[in-house]
Each structure stands twice: as C-alpha cells, then as structure tokens.
Design a protein around this ligand. Structure first.
Ligand SMILES: Cc1cc2nc3c(=O)[nH]c(=O)nc-3n(C[C@H](O)[C@H](O)[C@H](O)COP(=O)(O)O)c2cc1C
Length: 195
C-alpha cells in the first residue's frame, strides 16, 4: 500500500456511461499500484448550475464535492465528448472547485467519444488544469468510437485497455511530483482563489 489517494470524477450522468466504465478501469489499476481510490459519480451530487452570486450554503452538494477533491493526492477527470469539448456536468463540478482543490495537484485526463476524435475534450480539460495550476500527467487516455469499445462492460481492445490502465498507474506514480512554479495563467485566474 502507498499513502496515495486517487479520486476520479465522471462527467457523464448516463446510466450506461462508457466514461464511468473507463474510469473504473483507471481506478482498478491505481488500486493495484497500492493507492486508495474513490469514483465521484456526479449523479450522487446535487449541483445547481454554477452561479457566482449564490452562497455556497445554497449550492447543494458543492461543499461535499470539493471536500472529496481536496482529499485527493491525484485527480482523474473523465468526460464524454459533447460537441467537441468536455461535458457540462464536469464543467459545473470544476466551476465549484478552484486552487484549493487543484493547485499543485497531479491530474490525469480521460475522454470518451462516440466518433473518432476525443482529443479536443482532452485539450480543453488540460487548459482548465493549467488555469488552476495543476500538474497534468503527460500520458492521456482517449476512448474513441465508444459504443464499439466495450462488450459486456469490458474493453474489446486490450491495447486500449492498457492505455487506460496506465493512466491509473501514472496517477499513483506521479501523485507526489513537485510541480513547476506558478504559470502566468494561474496568476490571472482571480476567481479560483478561496473557492
Ligand atoms: C450532447 C452530446 C454531444 C455529443 N457530441 C459529440 C461530439 O462532438 N463528438 C463525438 O465524437 N461524440 C459526441 N457525442 C457522443 C458521446 O461522446 C458518446 O455517446 C459517449 O459515449 C458519451 O459518453 P458516456 O458513454 O460516458 O455517456 C455527443 C453526445 C451527446 C449526448
């Protein structure tokens, strides 16, 4: 066992979500590498669309969510591709979060798409992580053509499964990496302080 705790956030609310399946594989690999893990299933959190005027006390389960993220040594963000980007449930979860949850933290990225190109969602999540001064694992996992990628809940292609599992191992391996100094973008993100 390590002391590393890996938390994954699933940006799909769908009962049959392929993103959730892939994240479960990521976390399985993280546990095999000695970490404790938690999958944050946003269906279990009441999160109103983010309104910066709303008091946190009136923001449903936002605090419960950020508490969980705060406990993580490494976070894995997983999202379906929606219109060439990541999903609105994940965006809402991220908007309730800020530097307290992400600054200096190791983050892994996974995106799933119905078509052949989940890459833009990965790029957009990477951009958010940079604004929050997180350290993003270079290895990314992209599950394209999602309907054909799984059979009975398991990966069809062992190479793709290995790529997804590697993300979980890397999250454990790099959970305590010393991140670079603050980037220009993070200084400019005045909204992320003290959220
Ligand atoms: C609103 C919406 C927009 C979508 N946009 C895209 C898209 O731009 N490109 C793509 O390849 N798939 C797109 N899809 C398909 C999803 O990425 C695909 O169904 C994926 O498996 C959903 O993830 P999930 O199984 O975790 O729910 C879209 C699906 C929805 C519901």
């Amino acid at each position: 066992m390590t002391d590393v705790h890996v938390v994954a956030v699933c940006g799909s609310l769908r009962a049959e979500s392929r993103t959730r399946l892939a994240l479960e594989r990521v976390l399985e690999a993280a546990r095999a590498a000695g970490a404790s893990t938690e999958l944050l299933d946003l269906r279990e959190y009441e999160l109103p669309i983010f309104d910066a005027d709303r008091d946190r006390a009136d923001a449903g389960d936002a605090e419960r969510l950020t508490d969980r993220l705060g406990e993580a040594d490494a976070i894995v963000l997983g999202s379906p591709t929606y219109h060439g980007s990541y999903s609105s449930p994940l965006k809402t979860a991220l908007d309730y979060s800020g530097f307290d949850e992400f600054r200096g933290k190791t983050v892994g990225l996974l995106a799933v798409s119905g078509g052949a190109f989940p890459v833009a969602a990965l790029e957009h999540m990477r951009s958010v992580c940079r604004a929050l001064n997180a350290w993003v694992i270079p290895h990314e996992a992209a599950v394209a053509n999602a309907n054909a990628a799984f059979e009975d809940g398991a990966f069809v292609d062992p190479e793709l499964e290995e790529r997804v599992a590697t993300l979980g191992r890397r999250a454990v391996q790099y959970a305590t990496i010393e991140p670079d100094p603050d980037s220009f973008e993070s200084d400019q993100n005045v909204g992320a302080e003290g959220k």
